[in-house]
Design a protein around this ligand. Sequence first.
Ligand code: PBG
Length: 327
Amino acid sequence: MFPVRRMRRSRARNIQPILRQTHVGLSDLVVPLFVDHGITAPRPISSMPGQERYPVESMGRVAEDIRNLGLPAMLLFGIPRHKDEEATGAYDENGVVQQAIRDIKKAVPEMVVITDVCACEYTSHGHCGIVGNTRQGTDLLNDPSLELMNRIAVSHADAGADIVAPSCMLDGMVASIRGALDEEGREDTLIMSYSTKFASAFYGPFREAAESGFSFGDRTTYQIDPANGREAILESELDAAEGADILMVKPAGLYLDILSEITASGLPVAAYQVSGEYAMIKAAAERGWINEKPAALESLTCIKRAGADLIISYFARDAAGWLIEEQ
Ligand code: PBG
């Protein structure tokens, strides 16, 4: 008790750095990227200042830039030339993501390539899999969509992806994809499940970036209600039991309680700082209402402190520069 316990002693300018409990490192960060089959020059994403869609042909160079920043991993989203009801473009061996994976691996073989396994960018209706009639009207069909996810995941693994990341929140998706990968001799491909993904309003800017907005309904019949903590933990436990190698909580910053609890699974846990979390900081910084660099680094540090082993963030490339400056 005061005056014996003086906490401010440890906050002296030269002492504080040696007592810091949490450090975000370059190897914690994953760069999410949008690859567009329909463009020949990078195109800025207006809802996410500083982010661009890239043409497939540029992905080798983009990967080299990321490697040169000291960052080890990328997460790919594809925007195909054509969409249809069945998302056939999602598992085309010459599809946008499949081609991007091959180009990245040719340019930077050691780059960890993670792919989003979902159909929403490839379906004309914008939902994450096959839709059809249910008791509640037209909705995402669970079991018929699993086969589609298997095909997408196998096509990514065949193209050279290290990690496939199913994001559609279907029941049984991890077991189904694991089975399909193993059957194709891809037992070395990891599955990072978007195991605890909330039905969040903070995905808004992404849906513009990836052209993945839905033409009817919403995603609340497959993503989790933000109010439900226990359900969120159970979702991740089920994916762990189905064989996921890495779990994920998404969004990150508003769900640190869930993230911290999920680390008890013993599996590595990723956190996805989503488009809306990024856009809020960017927009406030553009108006001079917030200082971007410390705000962004604080957000990443707190996600790490809550227990994330990996942080997927649109700030990753800027943060790499800032972290190196600070060393
Ligand atoms: C689905 C997917 C989404 C995001 C990542 N994967 C969108 C959604 O569920 O509607 C959102 C990512 C972000 O907001 O940054 N393919």
